[in-house]
Design a protein around this ligand. Structure first.
Ligand code: ADP
Length: 164
């Protein structure tokens, strides 16, 4: 049984994340989408809200589950018997940081491999940060996030986001 851990802030989950999840689900027996507490990043959504938004998006994918974690990713991966850590690569600009992170994680625990996956080209420009910015200014986030995430963004940003 091969298990992959897909960690991130998911603040909030986007269609780019979902694309990676679907690809990973085809390669692994089990995929755990691990929502990081990451309070230092001052997320817009609480950990529970981010987890819920991920869970709601996973409905139709039988071998994927969502979980929350705090602390070192490699410790979490070991606890959950993860064979690999999945990270998404959108552009060359992601590469340097992700490369450092992967090598640091390997230093911390040489048993966990990092695997990079690329999303559909149309999602290579997509990030949670940009989605929040567009939503906060009342722009249409329909093409970028599932409907329930759009509703959650609307609730956060109130009237301004209702234009879309
Ligand atoms: P983090 O704060 O850990 O970077 P994110 O939620 O922003 O968490 O991203 C989690 C993972 O998903 C990262 O590996 C990131 O590169 C990847 N990712 C984010 N957006 C996309 C996208 N549009 N396409 C592919 N991968 C993505």
């Amino acid at each position: 049984m091969r298990t992959a851990i897909y960690p991130g802030s998911f603040d909030p989950l986007t269609n780019g994340h979902l694309d990676i999840i679907q690809r990973a689900a085809k390669l692994f027996d089990r995929v755990i989408v691990a929502v990081a507490r990451n309070e230092s990043k001052h997320p817009l959504f609480t950990l529970q809200q981010r987890l819920k938004l991920v869970q709601l998006a996973l409905g139709g994918i039988p071998n994927v589950e969502a979980d929350a974690f705090d602390g070192l990713l490699v410790d979490y991966a070991q606890r959950r018997e993860g064979d690999a850590i999945i990270r998404g690569l959108r552009a060359v600009s992601d590469f340097e940081f992700e490369f450092q992170l992967a090598l640091m994680n390997r230093k911390l625990n040489s048993r966990v491999e990092t695997i990079f996956m690329m999303p559909r080209e149309t999602y290579t420009f997509l990030s949670s940060r940009l989605v929040k910015e567009v939503a906060s200014l009342g722009g249409d986030v329909d093409p970028f996030v599932p409907a329930h995430v759009k509703s959650a963004l609307r609730r956060k940003f109130g009237r301004r986001a209702r234009k879309s």
